[in-house]
Design a binder for this molecule. Structure first.
Ligand code: COA
Ligand code: AMP
Length: 281
């Protein structure tokens, strides 16, 4: 039976945001977070500790854990469904991801801005940003208040039953990885805001699959969205600037607790044409 108590006063359980970030010489190495009931906190801590220590980039010299009771209302949602579009290398992936963004009424200018900025280092010093950039869907202007930091989405996770269901769903559609789970939780929360679409690829040089996520098409993976060995990565959230109150948008992304309570069935990897067919009507 899925627990579904929306407000703190109606909940019979105490629930926490557990967050980890690890760094070396002041440089961020890894970060992850969960939302857990009290009795799962210690095993959650151990799991995130292993994540911090086992990162491919190297050993951290500092690890920070934050455990915070969530006192406010929690939003519950279903996950975005997973699709994977089969492509023929980098240019094909970029082309198809761009077409998908275009189908969501995002202007050419905005799409080019996102691809150019992420591939060349989106912060003003041409390094990766510490969070996501915002791009106006019409003008292509950058809208986030701090172009070095961006905005980091936080306080999202899965109910335990849903996390297990996602594991089974990922096996069913033939995709793998802890990173994917976390990206789905982040993208699902983002899709609940005024974000029209999200474009992301990792800054990890070995992880070349990126995605476009939106309420309309779900979480759509594109293999080879960047070259192997490329350290540049980032996230762009496309939004209609004239219709978005940036303060409340940022507060939602950073602060609002969101729990995924069930997993929407996705699809096995398919061609672009097969993918489009699903949305013909
Ligand atoms: N890159 C670079 N620096 C980072 C960082 C990142 N991704 N995340 C945190 N930091 C550093 C920054 O110096 C930051 O200060 P800033 O706010 O001026 O940028 C500082 O750590 C504190 O960050 P904060 O977010 O306040 O820490 P936190 O302990 O509350 O949460 C995370 C840290 C990493 C768990 C959280 O920010 C996050 O990103 N959660 C989502 C993780 C996730 O699921 N990602 C999916 C990836 S597929
Ligand atoms: P990652 O998927 O962890 O490799 O992160 C890819 C990029 O996404 C990073 O370079 C940041 O620019 C951005 N990013 C990292 N964490 C977050 C977050 N919590 N919310 C939004 N953007 C993030």
């Amino acid at each position: 039976m899925v627990k579904d108590y929306t407000k703190k006063s109606e909940r019979d359980w105490v629930i926490y945001s557990l967050r980890m970030r690890a760094s070396r010489d002041g440089m961020h190495i890894s970060g992850a977070e969960k939302i857990l009931p009290k009795d799962k906190l210690s095993s959650g801590l151990v799991g995130l500790f292993s994540r911090a220590m086992d990162h491919g980039i190297g050993n951290p010299d500092e690890i920070h854990f934050t455990i915070e009771e969530i006192k406010d209302e929690i939003l519950y949602t279903d996950s975005l469904p997973i699709s994977t579009v089969l492509t023929d290398g980098l240019e094909d992936s970029k082309g198809k991801a761009s077409k998908l963004l275009n189908l969501l009424c995002i202007s050419e200018k905005a799409i080019i801005r996102a691809f150019d900025d992420i591939s060349s280092g989106a912060s003003p010093d041409r390094m990766n940003m510490r969070g996501a950039m915002f791009i106006d869907i019409d003008s292509g202007e950058r809208l986030e208040p701090d172009h070095y930091r961006g905005v980091r989405v936080s306080r999202m996770g899965f109910l335990l039953e849903a996390e297990e269901a996602l594991r089974i769903e990922m096996e069913r559609v033939g995709v793998y990885g802890q990173r994917l789970k976390e990206a789905i939780s982040l993208a699902t929360k983002v899709s609940m805001s005024k974000t029209v679409a999200e474009l992301c690829w990792s800054d990890n040089p070995d992880y070349t699959t990126g995605y476009v996520a939106s309420k309309r098409h779900g979480y759509v993976r594109f293999p080879d969205l960047k070259k192997e060995g490329d350290m540049a990565g980032g996230r762009a959230f496309f939004l209609k600037g004239s219709e978005t109150d940036l303060n409340s948008y940022i507060t939602f992304l950073q602060e609002k607790a969101v729990l995924i309570r069930s997993i929407t069935p996705g699809f096995s990897p398919c061609t672009w044409e097969e993918f489009l067919k699903r949305y013909e009507d």
